[in-house]
Ligand binder design. Structure first.
Ligand code: CTP
Ligand code: CA
Length: 226
């Protein structure tokens, strides 16, 4: 056996990971989306798999190759991700919500390409469904973790998200420091827990951050009085 192999402490657990951006079509050639690369979610999926979990990765469109051995469900829109994720969660022990889900989607998708008219163009949008909140509402004793990216009142906003979505912990992504956030290969995170406690981590690669987050998941299931 490999001396360097990770302890497979998550054997027997099935874990849902959502990752990447959603794409909300406007017409056959245009859409609304965001800059999520999917790197953080894919790194978490890979780490969970290496520690023995069965992983279901519900992913928006990314440039990444899914980690080996991970069951992947490809989706495009927020509504498709909602359906795939809530369905998959039925057979999961935990969910890690890493996706950058569009908060709004066009009220109607045009069948044909919309022509330019030269004047201002307003696109009517309607809210999408909150996947994390829906999963949090039915989770029972299962674990739900999510992410928050805030520009102001970071802790207060993240803590209220954690409560609103009934999460067990939330990973606050700091935009404060160079190299953290969307697109890059590093992140600086703070884990905020249900009981109000928190752990602040230094600037690390997304692979190292994934290991810290998966440690937190393992701790959730570890015997508390050992
Ligand atoms: N999330 C989700 N479904 C949505 C919106 C968000 O599952 N429709 C999840 C994200 O994957 C993340 C968490 O909820 O884990 C927080 O996402 P965020 O966009 O920061 O929160 P919102 O509730 O959408 O609030 P806002 O964008 O207004 O800050
Ligand atoms: Ca949002």
């Amino acid at each position: 056996s490999d001396f360097f192999a990770k302890k497979r402490n998550l054997t027997g657990k099935t874990i849902l990971v959502t990752a990447g951006p959603t794409i909300e079509p406007i017409d056959p050639v245009r859409y609304i989306s965001n800059f999520s690369s999917g790197k953080m979610g894919y790194a978490i999926a890979a780490e969970l798999k290496e520690r023995g979990a069965e992983v279901i990765l519900v992913t928006g469109k990314t440039a990444l190759t899914p980690p080996d051995g991970v069951q992947t469900v490809d989706v495009v829109t927020a509504e498709q991700m909602f359906r795939a994720a809530t369905k998959a969660f039925d057979r999961c022990d935990a969910a890690v919500m890493c996706a950058a889900v569009a908060d709004y989607t066009p009220q109607a998708v045009a069948d044909t390409k919309i022509k330019k008219e030269g004047s201002a163009w307003n696109i009517a949008l309607q809210p999408t469904r909150d996947i994390a909140a829906a999963i949090g509402a039915v989770k029972g004793t299962r674990l739900v973790a999510g992410f928050a990216l805030e520009t102001d009142h970071e802790r207060a906003n993240a803590q209220s998200k954690l409560e609103r979505k009934n999460m067990d912990f939330i990973v606050l992504n700091s935009l404060q420091d160079d190299g953290a956030g969307f697109g890059g290969n590093t992140n600086k995170i703070t884990i905020l827990r249900r009981d109000g406690s928190e752990t602040v981590f230094g600037l690390k690669s997304k692979t190292e951050v994934a290991a810290d987050i998966v440690d937190e998941i393992e701790a959730f299931w570890a015997p508390k009085n050992a």
